[in-house]
Each structure stands twice: as C-alpha cells, then as structure tokens.
Design a protein around this ligand. Sequence first.
Ligand code: ARG
Length: 458
Amino acid sequence: AVNKTWSGRFNEPVSELVKRYTASVTFDNRMAEVDIQGSLAHATMLNKVGVLSGDDLAAIQRGMAEILDEIRNGTFEWSVDLEDVHMNIERRLTDKIGDAGKRLHTGRSRNDQVATDIRLYLRGAIDAIVGLVRELQRSLVDLADAHASTVLPGFTHLQVAQPVTFGHHMLAYVEMLGRDADRFTDARKRVNLLPLGSAALAGTTYPIDRVYTAELLGFDGVTQNSLDSVSDRDFAIEFTSAAALTMTHLSRLSEELILWMSPRFGFIDIADRFCTGSSIMPQKKNPDVPELVRGKTGRVNGSLIGLLTLMKSQPLAYNKDNQEDKEPLFDTVDTLSDTLRIYADMMRGITVKPEAMKDAVKQGFATATDLADYLVKKGLPFRDAHEAVALAVRYAEEKKRDLSELAIVELKTFSPLIGDDVAEVLTAEGSLAARNHVGGTAPVQVRAQVARWRALLA
Ligand code: ARG
C-alpha cells in the first residue's frame, strides 16, 4: 500500500471504497497550478525568514517547475491513493528532490493550503467571468444601438402594455448584467485575502511573514483569524450566489427568446447553430440553447443551496465536509462561463423582425395610455380619461382596428376634448418619442444609454 504522509499512527489501511469515497484528486486537480504557485510562495517566505535554506528553496523551485511541465503536458500521474491534489504534488516533489520536498510543508497544513488554493483559483475565475459578462453586455449594446427605434410591444402580465423599443428592452438586460459584474467584483475583495499561515487552525510556531507571502501571491492582504481562515467558505457562497443571480437573469432572457421565436410571436429568429431539429417532426426548429440556459439555472441554484447547507452545521474549525465545496463551485464556474460565452455569440446571431413586433403593438392597443394622457393634458381627470379610452378600445376592438386607425370623428364621440392633434399621440412612434426622460424608452434616450454603456464598457 502507498504510504500516506500521515499513515504512521494507523495500523490498518482504509478499504478501497473508503479510499475512493474520501479522495478528491479526481476533481481538485484543477487547482494544481495554483497549488504549485502557493507552495512556491510559501517556500520563498520560509527561506526569507530563515526556516528553509537557499539550497532547499532552489531544489523546490526546480522540482516544481518540472512538475508544472508534467501537469501541463499531461504526463503527471494522479493517484487516488494520495487522496488530493496537494499530497499528489508534494509526493512527486519529494520523489524528485528528496528531503527538501519533505521540508515544504513546514509551518502549514492542508487546511490553510486548500483555502489558499480555492481563493487563488476563484480569483482567476472571477476575472475571466467578469470579462465574459462585459462581452455579453457589448453584444446587447450593439443590438440596442441597431434597434434604438425599433418598436416592440412592452408587456405586463404577458399582455401587450405599451410600446417600447427593442433597444430599450436589450438595455434592461445590460443593466442587470452590470449589477452582476459589480457583485462579482465586490465578492472578489473578500476572495483576495491570504489564509495561508493559519496552518491547521491555530497558527504556527515558526516566525512566518504572512504579509510577504500575500504580496508574492498578489493578495490584497491577509485574513485576521486562523480559525476563521481555515473554515471560512463565505467567499465561495458569495460567488455562487452572484452566479445564481446572473443565471437567473439569463434564464429570464432565455424565456423571452423562446417566446419571441415561437411562430405565435415571430419577433425574432435564432441562428441555426444554436437550435436543433426534431427526430420525428421535420418542420421543427427548437431553441435548445436558451432552453438549456433556463434549465442549467436550476443546477447553479442547486449549487448555491448545496454550499449553504454544507456550511450550516459545521463547528469550527476545518472539517472534512469542506472537501464537498469544490464540485458545486467548479460546476458553477464551468456552467456560468460556458453560458456567458455561448450567449454573447447567440445574441449577435439573432434576427429581429420589426414588422411582427409592430403588428403586435397595434393588435394590443398599446397606445391606449397615451390617449388617456392626452385627455388629461386637455383637462380631464385621469380616471375619467381612463374610462373614455376604455370605451374607445372596446369600439376599436369591435371594428377590428387599432386606435390609430379610427377616424377623428369616431374618436370624438368618446370625448369632445379629442382634436386633430390626437393622431401623432396614437402611433407607436409618437408614444415612444413622448417618453423622453432618463430611463424612458424614447429612441433619443435609448441612444444616450447606448453611448453611456459604450463608454463604461470601453
Ligand atoms: N482535500 C481536502 C479538502 O478538499 C484538503 C484538506 C484536507 N485536510 C485534512 N485535514 N483532511 O478540503
């Protein structure tokens, strides 16, 4: 049997099943590069404070460089017998350089080592994800720019409400994603602190220099309590929470894309490369990618609940439970990264059908509120205006015409206040242009928001 680093006090080996059950190397080996990075910084610090000789440090650096090569070119042999990424790499180092490799673990524990590794890994993941969020925002801003005055029925209760522009609708998602990026950036502040030096739970007897290690690893500072440092996974939960909210936003957009692509709406088409056909129904083109995004949101929400539940009953400090933090965290990083990447490309590939959107605006009497506002501006109390317009809508519905298609004489029967100037109020374009204030859907405002976002995303 392979002699584990701690095996001296045991008199029987674990069963094969227990070995497999307790090992994490099959999934935590994705932290190999950051594990090496952390070990090199730790060794450099130990040398600086006089705990590790220059020769030992040089040997560790040489050995780790070789190991990094082996990992990168796929020749490193991961062993479940050695439990996790940390012990696999340490054993390989010792095989290569002997005693110097055995001195690497001085003044640290896997408990502070793994906490450091996850933070290093997550810091990189967050930076990549924020970049992907920005890229998706850019694709939405481009769409908003191209459709700053394209009329779309705005819905409430999924019933046609008032005209908006397609650009305005796209920018609503740009706002959501902007908050998501802010949340990741904020969570990063709490990720980017060094727990190393906390050792198993209480700190260490060696004269370590944690601030120096933090500097070497690009951390903004060091954590302040050793017990908290080895047991804290708040940062993973915060990240996953921000990811769940981002997925929720993309799930809402997906739901809209699916509806809009349904022939009953026919507002958009999604490029073929994001859709699939049916094995039985030859006519079908299904929006698989948005549907899967909607589905995968459940998976990320599940990871969030999994992590919260993982932590809720753990006494201080480190418990093996924590090993279960990695799969939900990694899966969240993978799912969100792939989703963002695919989404930016998909949004660039959608075809907008302005005629269908315009027809839906007309069928839905989307300018009824504009007519009521018109009457109010002529002196009628709003509730009376609301009633007069409701009657006009009923009449137009019977005639199968939009309000804008009624003659002025017909409209006048609902209120003597209606004059010839009502015509422009009843068109979708007039309705849009009138909502001319910050946050409004007027094309001029949409263009201003496009410019604002272009500057922010530059
Ligand atoms: N593989 C472990 C984890 O993922 C590393 C820390 C193990 N420490 C321990 N004392 N068992 O959390």
